[in-house]
Design a protein around this ligand. Structure first.
Ligand code: ADP
Ligand code: MG
Length: 408
């Protein structure tokens, strides 16, 4: 296969039309990428890096060999398992027959962040026509058909496709509602518990525990619950949508998705300290503690995000915090997806305190955060009952919350 090239576009702050920033070349093995900024782009007063970590302005760009030859911000702007399934269905091909490069190009204007990828610098602005809220019933039908490998009508598939360029594995679609964009997350085939409701209840509990969360709703479409979470990377403007840059924790650290042994909260905290003030790092610590309290073991570095606006980088609001289910009596020990302290990934509060100084926290301050999170998290049953979980469901969830009582 010959080398392939894409023009990388960026939506600069306050603008609703993207400008070309440079050319991305993917080698013929599709394992190595190189990016070069355009000279015209660099002459702009307001030009910004397309990836503030991997491709800072004023330094000769380095090639990238991790993550299939994609720079972090590019990977964050590409679809994952779910989006790929939808794109492949539309192309009537198997996802395995498409490359990283194909998916990067195929994702549309609902992709995460402020980048866009086109074949040539002259290619026009893609139309952003996210499906509307009132089309959710049709979209859910299409999503279920895709999950079960059934044929979907071209019209429904098109609808779903318009909103399916974000990351993540679960079925979802971006929809427009009340002048904002939302991610609608659906029930997946094989869910043993109502996951949209569980995500809603847990994320709102996170909010009560002092974590910054987006606006969220749980709605019913037919007999299905749908979790709606407002997109934090898009803001309505008169002429369209303004966008924030997005970097996942994985991109911030330039980690490879396959190198799990490197992943560590204290390392991320250390890097964050270069970009942001102490309260943000303390919030990052709070999120780690909350993940322990609710047994969220899917807390990998792509489930932590940063928003980039101009020269400012901040923690994005939290997302995708869901308890993993476990049975009573199986044992309460578990591990998070990233190392948290001296005892690696062990989800123990002593372990969480062991490297608190990397988060800029004394042991006493770290304990204060733990006590504060625990005080609110231990009201989870009441909160979940308020979210209309039955007593039986709350019993099923009990073992996932074994850590909330462990700290006085
Ligand atoms: N509220 C949001 N606004 C903007 N982007 C988001 C938001 N929530 C998640 N994302 C992005 O979309 C991706 C998929 O969302 P996520 O909730 O993690 O789905 P999944 O449960 O399938 O992993 C995330 O990795 C992140 O890049
Ligand atoms: Mg996720």
């Amino acid at each position: 296969m010959p080398e392939r090239k894409l023009t990388v576009f960026i939506y600069l702050p306050g603008e609703t039309i993207a400008v070309p920033a440079g050319i991305f070349t993917h080698d013929n093995e599709l394992t190595l990428g190189t990016f070069a900024y355009g000279r015209r782009y660099l002459k702009r007063d307001n030009c910004l890096p397309v990836d503030p970590v991997a491709l800072p302005l004023g330094r000769p760009p380095r090639e990238v060999i991790i993550n299939g030859g994609l720079y972090g911000s590019f990977r964050d702007a590409a679809p994952d398992y779910w989006g790929r399934l939808v794109i492949a269905a539309e192309s009537r091909t198997a996802p395995e027959a498409m490359s990283e490069f194909d998916f990067l190009l195929a994702a549309n204007a609902t992709r995460t962040g402020n980048l866009d990828f086109r074949l040539s610098p002259e290619d026009p602005e893609p139309e952003l026509v996210p499906p509307g809220f009132n089309q959710l019933a049709d979209i859910i039908t299409a999503a279920a058909e895709i999950e079960s490998g059934k044929q979907t009508s071209p019209h429904l598939l098109q609808l779903l496709r318009q909103g399916s360029s974000m990351g993540g594995a679960r079925p979802k679609c971006t929809v427009e509602w009340q002048n904002s964009l939302w991610i609608a997350k659906f029930t997946a085939k094989g869910d043993s518990i109502n996951i949209p409701r569980l995500e809603y209840a847990t994320m709102t509990l996170a909010g009560q525990c002092g974590i910054n969360v987006p606006e969220m709703h749980l709605i019913q479409i037919g007999r299905q619950d749908v979790f709606l979470i407002k997109r934090f990377d898009r803001v309505r403007a008169q002429q369209g949508w303004c966008r924030y840059g997005f970097q996942s924790g994985l991109s911030l650290m330039q980690w490879d998705e396959g190198e799990r042994h490197n992943w560590a909260y204290p390392a991320i905290a250390g890097r964050l300290r270069r970009f942001m003030a102490a309260p943000h790092i303390h919030e990052f610590y709070r999120r780690m503690i909350f993940n322990i309290m609710v047994r969220n073991t899917d807390d990998h570095p792509r489930n932590h995000g940063l928003l980039v606006s101009g020269d400012t980088i901040i923690l994005s609001p939290a997302y995708d915090i869901v308890p993993s289910l476990t049975r009573a009596g199986v044992g309460t020990d578990f591990r998070l997806a990233m190392s948290i302290g001296d005892q690696g990934r062990e989800a123990l509060l002593v372990n969480a305190i062991s490297q608190s100084e990397k988060f800029g926290l004394s042991k006493e301050k770290a304990e204060e955060i733990i006590i504060d999170v625990s005080k609110n998290a231990r009201k989870w049953q009441e909160h979940f009952a308020g979210c209309k979980f039955t007593e039986e469901e709350i019993d099923t969830l009990q073992p996932s919350f074994s850590m909330v009582e462990k700290y006085e």
